[in-house]
Design a protein around this ligand. Sequence first.
Ligand SMILES: C[S@@+](CC[C@H](N)C(=O)[O-])C[C@H]1O[C@@H](n2cnc3c(N)ncnc32)[C@H](O)[C@@H]1O
Length: 448
Amino acid sequence: MNKVNKLLEHLNISKAFIAGQIPTDMASLCKEYPDKVSGIGFIGATEIDGSPFQVYAARTIVFSSDRGITHSAALNFQNQAPTIKVVKFEGYEILPWTDIAIDRASELAGGISNFFLNLDFGDELVLEATQDGKIDDIYFSIQGSGPALVLLPFMLSAAQWDPIIGELCKSFTVIVASGPSLGFIPTLEGRASLPTYTSMFSTLLSFMKIPNNGRVLELGCGTGALCRQAINSRPDLAVTGADINRYLLNGAYQLADEAGIQVNKYFEGTEFSEDLFNGVGQFNLTFSDATKIPFPNNFFDAVYSVTVLEECDANQALNEIYRVVKPGGAVGTVVRAIDMPQWLDLNVEDELWSKIIIPPQLISPSGIADKSLYGRMADAKFKDLIMFPYLFSANRKTDPTIYDWYLRRAYQSLTEDEQMDLGAARDNISEKRGLIFSQPLHCCVGWK
Ligand SMILES: C[S@@+](CC[C@H](N)C(=O)[O-])C[C@H]1O[C@@H](n2cnc3c(N)ncnc32)[C@H](O)[C@@H]1O
């Protein structure tokens, strides 16, 4: 059964508003249980396949940038479903890690409330419910009173919905849902479990030659997938995963716990003590901004960071990594390589092929996603650099969700008919052998 529907049934809610950034989190609920959805909010969605949502067009509000990928997603959806309401945030670009609920708090909370409360949502009220719980692998918390509003996770926003929940609670019974099968967690987990991503990481680790019983930090650990891989391959290590996103830290905790790893939650105001980070075979989770790491100088035997320096001030983060690693300690860094082509293996007619444009990948203004990683590692004083570009691949046959996640961007340059031809080409070939989508990375290992 659809998991969001399970949540609604568990809470005895027959109808709810639903809002989130990732349309696929809502698609199957909308397709299978159309009567249960009072209205939909898409906040900064980077693509919207309109078909499951067409029937709700007049009950749908889309918040987007006035530029970039969320703007084109909103316009494309509006072409398919002209009665949707689009709210453009002027002078503001939404990237996958943007904290929309901090930056545009009042417009977002006000926009959602005004739009939904003006729709006909029946007379069911869920009053004064306050509880936390879990059903299946969905964690939920409930606050407020009024019609039910289910909030699904943002992609990589560290603040998630927190800054505006108080405001939304004045008009709605707000149900915040999270867990390993929602939001960006399945994508990060799926990518990390690709055989070629795993092999990139084990190559990185083997170059780093971390000493026995070493204390290791992963900066920007996300769901902790690579920390779990490190512990599984080197149970002698004491691994700490640090991230700026408490939502992902919670997800990392849940996943490690389910995997039977001893995992310690040190991101809820735990006092720092050196001993906490020494347990071999254990996984410690802690809050950290990569540009201000809350550990003493020379604390870790090794530090690595994989696809994080794109999102923050990379030079500052590299200086901080240098500070916290011991003299002689190894550091591994990996970023997406936007200066190398992504490689798409598709057998389509030349005419269609020439129209497929994979849009540029997104990076923060002071982030890095090119070969300048190597020079910056040297500038940050790391020595004896091992530099290796690497391609990882998603195979449509074995990893369809991740393959489609990468391919989805190729659809954006095409008309509706061309999109159908691309989809047919993809499905046709995948029956015979399976396709791959390959993403280049720049990887570097150096020593302090
Ligand atoms: C694309 S994910 C990579 C996760 C993991 N390293 C992996 O490869 O599966 C990027 C991670 O970096 C984190 N991040 C972004 N900016 C950060 C910062 N300034 N400090 C700490 N973590 C940050 C994000 O929250 C996210 O979890």
